[in-house]
Design a protein around this ligand. Structure first.
Ligand code: FAD
Length: 303
């Protein structure tokens, strides 16, 4: 990485926002991943604009990271700048039945804030360990609901540092898909449109969904959630289980015994262990069921 870029960043931003050679295993729920050359926590949209323009000037590539719960960072880590959306950019404010939310806010905190303010619509997301930015990017969903049903608009910054407001109708939401997967935009803030409801009933629903999650998912092991997208007409976990692959292990990566749709890190798994296990599962499921499995998690970084 260009040392002048690092020095320029250090002269503009607080030391507490910048981390050099930051091991990304501490920033992913899989607890896997090599180092980022430079990791930066922005506090607001203006800082996002500023660092994007600086990275462009110095020719440094940019990678975006939310809570790291849907990614596999490869063992060589990430060259250039990683912008990490976290607590520093996680304000949630109330505007009637709407919430204005910073990209780094965690879904569980947004769901809790909505519940405390008697607003319904975010219950489905209370157990998804992502940030708002990552959830919009992925159109995260669960229990027959998804981000699509609550997002009213999204404020972004382009890779040229230009701010833009997207209306919900422009977001091309589909199953684990949004327009941002084909556009280099940085999600900075969103407006969520919720509806008034009884606080206790909202809480009851959230508690019920969390219990369901705990009973079915291997939450005590690091993972990136469901490894594969749901193939049309099937469930990935069921196909994997029927192929007899529960417990299949490569290095420190294992097909969960509790839920075959999850690959878990049972101890010091490398990204390459996970990738080899994914390939083995895909091959064996295809051989038995003639169904192709495609990863839901996103693989980034150098091998
Ligand atoms: P990350 O993993 O950090 O990033 C995901 C993608 O979004 C990356 O390509 C990244 O570049 C991009 N991105 C992140 N932030 C921004 C931003 N501000 N601007 C532009 N792009 C950005 N998912 C579900 O849909 N439903 C579930 O029920 C579910 N259950 C899970 C359970 C467990 C135990 C785990 C570990 C994961 C689960 N997931 C689930 C997956 C994951 O939590 C979601 O996909 C989540 O929305 C990802 O958000 P994130 O902030 O962690 O994004």
């Amino acid at each position: 990485m260009n040392k002048d870029f690092v020095r320029a960043c250090e002269s503009v931003f607080d030391a507490a926002q910048l981390f050099i050679d930051a091991p990304l295993r501490f920033h992913t729920t899989f607890r896997i991943g090599g180092p980022a050359d430079l990791l930066f926590y922005p506090k607001n949209t203006e800082e996002v604009q500023k660092i994007i323009c600086m990275a462009k000037e110095y020719g440094e590539p940019i990678t975006l990271l939310g809570n790291g719960s849907n990614i596999l960072v490869r063992d060589g880590g990430i060259r250039g700048l990683v912008i990490r959306f976290g607590k520093k950019m996680a304000d949630v404010t109330l505007d009637g039945a709407d919430l204005i939310v910073g990209a780094g806010a965690l879904l569980r905190d947004v769901a809790a804030f909505a519940q405390q303010n008697s607003l319904s619509g975010m219950e489905f997301a209370c157990g998804i360990p992502g940030s708002i930015g990552g959830a919009i990017f992925m159109n995260a969903g669960a229990y027959d609901d998804e981000m699509k049903s609550v997002v009213a608009s999204v404020r972004t910054v382009s890779r040229d540092g230009v701010e833009r407001l997207y209306a919900a109708t422009e977001l091309d939401f589909g199953y684990r898909h949004s327009i941002f997967q084909s556009r280099d935009e940085v999600i900075c803030e969103t407006r969520l449109h919720l509806r008034e409801a009884d606080r206790d009933m909202i809480l009851e629903r959230m508690t019920d969904l969390n219990h369901r999650r705990e009973s079915k998912q291997p939450l005590f092991y690091p993972s990136a959630g469901s490894t594969f997208k749901r193939p049309p007409g099937y469930f990935a976990g069921t196909l994997i289980e029927q192929t007899g692959l529960k417990g299949l292990t490569v290095g420190g990566a294992q097909v969960s015994q509790k839920h075959a749709g999850f690959i878990i890190n049972i101890g010091n798994a490398s990204a390459s262990d996970v990738q080899r296990l994914i390939a083995a599962v895909q091959k064996r499921v295809y051989a038995k069921h003639a169904v192709e499995l495609f990863p839901e998690l996103r693989v980034i970084g150098e091998p």
